[in-house]
Design a protein around this ligand. Structure first.
Ligand SMILES: Cc1cc2nc3c(=O)[nH]c(=O)nc-3n(C[C@H](O)[C@H](O)[C@H](O)COP(=O)(O)OP(=O)(O)OC[C@H]3O[C@@H](n4cnc5c(N)ncnc54)[C@H](O)[C@@H]3O)c2cc1C
Length: 422
């Protein structure tokens, strides 16, 4: 693996045969997450493909010329031509490997795969999930010098990282951008010396054996496991929903509302998150139509009053979406009037869905801890589950209030309990 600059690009990349280039930046969490994976890939594929790194901040012009607008970005070249699709952000090992495999012959792929050696590492504690709950547990365990690994299929931060403004996290007089809080928390956790394995594929989890396999070949064994995998937004399973996910239908206002300046938007839902997110979208869109299945909103009174005072938002009560399609740039939502059963359509520039959440337990293997009727894990006051040495914290547990502060509190309790036991 070699570091080059813009002046060397022509010779090293365009005349360099098969090449993969990593445009990286400093103070870039996804770049740090990629570095060990890039190195591991270089060791495996290094004889067939050249691995190069370019520091983006000092080679801006070249990066712009190549359309690189975020870090890290991986570009793949063969005989001076770009091959395989570009990847950026929280890059997984499997995504790199898939592209590298497409650049060499099937025989070479088989030979390389045969060289991949499974690894096993031992920890005191493995934390599954790097949202505020998991990060806080990591901070306490790291400070207690307990050998800990934090594993996440995404980058650390959880929902906090995609929340536009957090105004209720103590210690800040001004509302904080969620990604900054996520950055502070994850840097604080890293500084304690715990290991981060983020943007990885979770191959399997065995809570009884306390064994987690990531990226197919890396086995992690721990004395104790903390589950902090949070929740996922519910989907309606209406026709067209999965087809237009990310192409007209969104589940994250913080991520996507900015693309709807002066546009018309449909919001599905009527609980707290739907009302709060609809209010946020009014900063961008000119008109919002909310579709709600009941005859009144189920959000808290303050949020409802704010919504009622906002003339950009109109609520259609007792309607349910029955399907989605796209005509040109417009999203067409088919609606059923639940009282009259009449079917109608609503045209808008985009649809946002906020109809609650489900717990992320599906990836936790065959033997799960005891849960409530809605699939949330039952944890006692020490955050212990029904499985010995398995703890659960944050939004994934059965609890009344799901907030960053409550997730952080759960992480604290689990970590202190574990510190006393180990
Ligand atoms: C739109 C929105 C706005 C919000 N605004 C606020 C606010 O202003 N103030 C506030 O206090 N709270 C807010 N909340 C609630 C708050 O974000 C959550 O309560 C909090 O993030 C829960 O933390 P957590 O660590 O339990 O889970 P999460 O934040 O959901 O993090 C879970 C982590 O686990 C990872 N994960 C998933 N599956 C696996 C797996 N199989 N293995 C390993 N890791 C996995 C995920 O990638 C994620 O990083 C908001 C929530 C939403 C959705």
């Amino acid at each position: 693996m070699k570091e080059i600059n813009a002046a060397e690009f022509e010779q090293e990349v365009l005349q360099g045969g098969k090449v993969v280039v990593d445009f990286y930046s400093s103070e870039c969490a996804p770049c740090e997450a990629l570095a060990p994976k890039f190195e591991a890939m270089a060791e495996l594929y290094g004889k067939k493909i050249k691995f190069l790194k370019i520091f983006r901040q000092q080679n801006r012009e070249l990066a712009t010329e190549l359309g690189v607008s975020s870090s890290p970005t991986l570009l793949f070249f063969d005989q001076g031509k770009q091959v395989a699709s570009t990847i950026s952000g929280g890059i997984k090992k499997a995504e790199i490997q898939e592209r590298l495999d497409s650049m060499i012959s099937p025989e070479e792929v088989i030979a390389i795969k045969a060289n991949q050696k499974p690894t096993v590492s031992e920890y005191d504690v493995a934390i599954l999930g790097g949202g505020p709950a998991g990060l806080t547990a990591g901070i306490y365990l790291g400070q207690a010098k307990i050998k800990t690994v934090l594993i996440d299929p995404a980058l650390p931060g959880g929902y906090m990282a995609i929340t536009h403004q957090v105004s209720n996290y103590p210690g800040f007089t001004e509302a904080q951008p969620g990604f900054m809080l996520a950055h502070y928390m994850s840097e604080q956790a890293k500084q304690t010396g715990i290991d981060f394995k983020v943007a990885v594929d979770i191959t399997s989890v065995d809570l009884l054996k306390k064994e987690i396999v990531i990226d197919q070949l890396e086995t992690i064994r721990a004395k104790k496991i903390i589950i902090a995998t949070g929740t996922t937004p519910n989907t309606m399973n209406a026709p067209g929903e999965s087809e237009y996910k990310g192409k007209g239908i969104s589940y994250c206002a913080t991520c996507d509302a900015k693309y709807f300046v002066d546009k018309e938007v449909t919001v599905i839902g009527g609980g707290n998150s739907a009302v709060e997110e609809a209010l946020f979208i009014t900063k961008f869109a000119k008109k919002i139509t909310m579709i709600h299945q009941f005859d009144k909103l189920t959000a808290n009174q303050t949020a409802i009053e704010q919504l009622q005072a906002n003339d950009k938002i109109n609520v259609m009560y007792e309607y349910e979406p029955r399907g989605f399609e796209k005509r040109g740039d417009k999203m067409i939502t088919t609606l059923e009037n639940l009282k009259t059963k009449e079917i109608s359509t609503l045209e808008s520039d985009g649809v946002f869905v906020f109809i609650g959440f489900k717990s992320n337990v599906a990836v936790l293997g065959d033997t799960l801890p005891e849960m409530n009727n809605w699939g949330y894990i039952l944890a006692d006051e020490d955050m212990k589950t029904s499985i010995p040495d398995v703890f659960a914290i944050g939004d994934i547990i059965s609890k009344k209030y799901r907030q960053i502060t409550t997730a952080v509190a759960d992480g604290t309790i689990a970590a202190i309990t574990i510190s006393k036991e180990l």
